[in-house]
Design a protein around this ligand. Structure first.
Ligand SMILES: Nc1ncnc2c1ncn2[C@@H]1O[C@H](COP(=O)(O)OP(=O)(O)OP(=O)(O)O)[C@@H](O)[C@H]1O
Ligand SMILES: [Mg+2]
Length: 465
């Protein structure tokens, strides 16, 4: 392991000690020094310090206070305390507070180096653990894509088949159908678990910004390019690049993208040095790309490059049999998130979900369930806890028989609108719908005379004078 890239901060109020330590350590590490807490904090703020070595006594200040401050930082250094010979109690105290180790003065440089190197290794292991944990808890694999319907089977099959290969995948489908989830699953099952998944939302960026986002730029490549910037292609080297909303990229960038994928080489803006990249590209769109090819707004050669394997996500309305499964998962997710005990939907509420068309697909369903979980104070989520657009039709509960397997309740549960006239109009519409526009029959259902019915229809403007 090469340690020269690791940054050490030495804090000691005695000039000779800190300069001496710097001299002995700077061949092996990147060393900074500070004489007091304020100076030390300045370094911690500006540098990514791996190990901080501080004396216990810093003039009037206390090294323990500095350790506490350092450990409270977002990316804390590993802290080592230097103490006078024999003050083991203080050292133990420091370790209880989170210091990694201690060394006694007078210092033995060889020993000190060993302690520092051990500290650096331990920090590396810790960082890797954090990264691994993050990967595991992220919702990634196939098991996170919910669906047992027929429509979903080919999706799972394709993901399994294509994930371990290098093939470029194009995921198409309406908004909210789970394209990004599929992209993540493909990466997760790619067999390069330590490699990176890098996502670019192509629609969010202007032409120039998108190019520099993808390919990076050299300093001064354009106005405002103050620093060199590594592009997402380079960042994803060895891993997966997920290009979301690929239908939004302009023709110019399409040319460059085609080259990057085809030749596996990129050039940063403002440079013509080709850089090799080993990147697997997964692209997603809710546009009809082949239509765009016909119109000339999307290059056919790029389309064919991307479309080596294609996945077409079914809209939720075509797989309503998955709604109940999805609802279960979202209920669990949001009751946990809101620290509520387990909840379920009433039969009427489930029916309302099944009767709806879901233009926003799974994302919309997820939001609706979150709404329900938040709005209900009991373990039951009823129609009245659903958002307005679902409730508005809540009279569907009156329809009885029909699509619901449950006997029709005598009254609409929780009418949304308490305005009597409006409610009456709705009931009349419903009665007409149920009887296939037979007014006599509808009047009978409503318990009113044919004449009253006629009058009301006139008022509603449904029949001519
Ligand atoms: N099959 C599924 N199982 C579980 N959750 C899903 C499923 N499909 C979608 N979701 C959830 O729905 C939301 C939207 O999914 P995602 O972002 O993948 O959709 P998208 O197709 O990329 O949408 P857009 O085109 O709007 O970007 C996410 O919260 C996702 O977790
Ligand atoms: Mg998306």
């Amino acid at each position: 392991m090469d340690f020269t890239e690791h940054t050490i901060l030495i804090v000691d109020d005695e000039k000779n000690t800190r300069e001496g330590l710097r001299l002995s350590l700077e061949d092996e590490f990147d060393v900074y020094i500070a004489a007091n807490i304020a100076e030390a904090e300045e370094v911690l703020k500006n540098e990514s310090v791996d190990v901080m070595l501080t004396d216990l006594r810093l003039g009037a200040e206390n090294g323990m206070d500095l350790i506490t401050k350092a450990l409270a930082r977002a990316k804390p250094p590993v802290c080592i305390l230097m103490t006078a010979y024999g003050s083991v109690d203080v050292a133990v105290e420091a370790m209880k507070k989170g210091a990694y180790d201690y060394v006694s003065k007078p210092l033995n440089i060889d020993e000190l180096e060993i302690v520092i190197k051990r500290a650096i290794r331990s920090r590396k292991v810790e960082e890797e653990n954090v990264a691994l944990k993050a990967q595991v808890t992220e919702r990634y694999g196939l098991e996170n894509i919910i669906g047992r319907s027929r429509a979903m089977q080919p999706i799972f099959e394709t993901i399994r088949q294509v994930a371990p290969t290098r093939a470029t995948v194009l995921i198409e489908g309406e908004s909210g159908t789970g394209k990004e989830l599929v992209g993540k699953a493909i990466h997760h099952l790619s067999g390069r678990p330590k490699s990176k998944l890098v996502t670019v939302h192509c629609a969010a960026l202007s032409e120039q910004l998108l190019e520099s986002e993808l390919f990076g730029h050299e300093r001064g490549a354009f106005t405002g390019a103050m620093e060199r910037r590594i592009g997402r292609f380079e960042e994803a080297d060895g891993g997966t690049l997920f290009l979301d909303e690929i239908g939004e990229i302009d023709l110019n960038t399409q040319v460059k993208l085609l080259r990057a994928i085809g030749e596996r080489t990129i050039e940063r803006l403002g440079s013509n040095k080709p850089i090799k990249v080993d990147v697997r590209v997964v692209a997603a769109t809710n546009k009809d790309l082949s239509g765009m090819v016909r119109e000339g707004t999307f290059r056919d050669d790029l389309f064919f490059r991307l479309n080596v394997v294609s996945v077409m996500m079914p809209p939720l309305r075509d797989r309503k049999e998955d709604i109940v499964l999805l609802v279960d998962a979202f209920l669990r997710e949001f009751t946990e998130e809101n620290r509520k005990s387990p909840m379920e939907l009433t039969t009427e509420a489930v029916q309302a979900l099944l009767d709806y068309d879901w233009p926003g697909n799974v994302r919309e369903l997820r939001t609706v369930i979150e709404h329900g979980v938040v709005m209900s104070n009991t373990p039951k989520i009823g129609v009245r806890h659903l958002p307005m657009f679902l409730r508005d039709d809540s009279l569907r509960d009156l329809r009885g028989g029909g699509s619901s397997t449950k006997a029709a309740p005598a009254l609409p549960p929780e009418p949304v609108d308490l305005n009597l006239a409006k409610m009456e109009e709705r009931l009349i519409h419903l009665a007409l719908e149920k009887t296939g526009d037979n007014r006599t029959e509808a009047a009978r259902l409503l318990g009113i005379s044919r004449r009253t019915m006629q009058r009301k229809l006139k008022e509603m403007g449904l029949v001519e004078e």
